[in-house]
Design a protein around this ligand. Structure first.
Ligand code: GLN
Length: 498
């Protein structure tokens, strides 16, 4: 068993359970053993729910023996990013300010997985409050890339991506505000899906930028992403931005033969002309376009001129929303409190608790966000960013009149080295191809499409689709996956460099 657990997909594990070839307990135990062996070097987990995972696995096995399984996925373990609430478990968001806090309730996505019989294996590491693109900025420890430990796994869902790539999880949940599912998926050679805004409930996701955040799966295959999307999506009375018209039954595309005949696929020229795009990544994604053509798709160049403003607009809107969302962490209601002794104690307690327990990047965003929302600057920055956002949405709407799905690189380069990117603006630019999907609210998925020749690091191809067109997007992604030279490749975590 231990031999192939590293490459086992969520859907395949479900088959093994159904056929009685493995028990849920064995599955959980095998994953825990891999975590024991490899995670000290990788740092993908912030906490592992060993006891509860094993006992829930035994309960699932007992249900299955009686033929009373809750769903085909009953007994399957999944790992969950540490900013998504799981009742009775820590929920640190990778921040010191939430050290010691235990969530009293389940996020809707977690509730839905539990209702299907799934088991939370552990909480994955992340950049503090999901701000970052490298998972070097967790307050606890950095995460290493399973393909090369001297490189970052991407972020902010770097722990989720690394846990799946390294075979320490069958699948994981992450969150994506500007690329935090797709970018680490690309860097770690796994599949990462950001659903349409409103398709998946955000109830229980610690808010970073509420108009951009979405929860989604990081998986080994496109099929697994579809399965998990079906499990977690759908309207929720606890999230007023979740909508009833989200795509449903998307894993049904796999019953249809994945034909691309007549599909129109656009390649936005601004993405491919971007001066920071590495030649190797451009070439791999162009190869992906050829593979799609060979399967009958019609590939053509399109233009998204307003993408140029995506990063600038995002780094006004996201910090603005973050400055408001993070106001609740005041040392009184949640987590760590630094008690001030002097006079004027309440204000000083706020100041010390926030000053000592938020990291540098989080403070930078709060300050920036407060500034752009302040009177006098609101019109000059926040309002203009919102106008740019509208233009970007219009860009996509126009392009989707002439094509079904877009193909772009997920990131400008392969994974960079740890401590290589020290400038905040340089870090921000690593999301140049992912951020516009969040601003427009459309779905996106990153699928492995090859490896850099120089360093052998994974490269991701990103597919984007109109709102609620997850099914079409997954059809194209899955058809491509069958032709991808990177499909079915996994890192040898025992041998990655130091
Ligand atoms: N890297 C981007 C940021 O730092 C996106 C983060 C995310 O998607 N959560 O804000």
């Amino acid at each position: 068993m231990d031999k192939n657990i590293a490459t086992l997909s969520f859907a395949h594990a479900a088959e093994l359970l159904r056929e009685g070839q493995i028990s849920s307990r064995e599955l959980v135990q095998a994953l825990l053993s891999r975590v024991d062996v490899h995670d000290e070097a990788l740092g993908a987990y912030l906490s592992v729910a060993r006891e509860s995972a094993l006992s829930e696995a035994e309960e699932a096995d007992a249900r299955r023996q009686k033929g009373e399984q809750l769903s085909p996925w009953d007994g399957l373990p999944i790992s969950v990013k540490d900013n998504i609430a799981v009742a009775g478990q820590a929920n640190t968001c990778g921040s010191k300010i939430l050290e010691g806090y235990t969530s009293p309730y389940d996020a809707t996505v977690v509730r839905r997985l539990k209702d299907a019989g799934c088991i939370v294996l552990g909480r994955t590491n992340m950049d503090e409050f999901a701000m970052g693109s490298s998972t070097e900025h967790s307050a606890y420890k950095p995460v290493a890339n399973p393909w090369a430990r001297s490189c970052v796994p991407g972020g902010s869902s770097g722990g989720s991506a690394a846990s799946v790539a390294a075979g320490e999880a069958l699948a994981a949940l992450g969150s994506d505000t500007g690329g935090s599912i797709r970018q680490p998926a690309a860097f770690c050679g796994v599949v990462g899906l950001k659903p349409t805004y409103g398709a998946v409930s955000r109830y229980g996701l610690v808010a970073f930028a509420s108009s951009l955040d979405q929860i989604g799966p990081l998986t080994k295959t496109v099929r697994d992403s579809a399965v998990l999307y079906d499990l977690i999506s759908g309207p929720d009375p606890n999230d007023a931005t979740s909508v009833p018209d989200a795509a449903t039954g998307v894993s049904g595309v796999f019953d249809s033969g994945l034909s691309l005949e007549g599909k129109k696929i656009g390649m936005p020229k601004e993405f491919f002309d971007y001066e920071g795009l590495s030649a190797e990544v451009r070439e791999k994604v162009q190869n992906a376009a050829e593979a799609l053509e060979q399967r009958g798709a019609n590939v053509k160049e399109v233009s998204l001129p307003y993408n140029e403003f995506a990063i600038a607009a995002y780094y006004i809107i996201a910090p603005a929303e973050a400055s408001s969302n993070l106001a609740r962490f005041d040392g009184i209601r949640y987590g760590r409190r630094e008690v001030a002794e002097a006079a004027g104690r309440l204000l000083e307690t706020y100041r010390l608790s926030r000053g000592k327990n938020f990291g540098e990047e989080v403070k930078r965003r709060i300050i920036l966000g407060t500034y752009v929302l302040s009177s006098g600057y609101y019109d000059a920055y926040y309002l203009r960013a919102q106008k740019a956002r509208t233009k970007l949405r219009e860009d996509f709407a126009r392009v989707f009149e002439e094509c079904d799905v877009l193909l772009t690189p997920t990131t400008p380069s392969g994974a960079f080295r740890m401590k290589q990117v020290t400038e905040p603006l340089q870090m921000y630019r690593s999301d140049i191809f992912t951020i516009s999907a969040n601003l427009a609210g459309i779905p996106g998925i990153s699928v492995p499409c090859g490896f850099t020749e120089t360093e052998g690091l994974p490269v991701g191809a990103q597919f984007l689709a109109p709102h609620f067109a997850e099914k079409e997007m997954l059809r194209v992604a899955a058809a491509y996956e069958q032709a991808s030279p990177a499909a079915g490749c996994y890192p040898d975590v025992t041998e990655t460099d130091g």
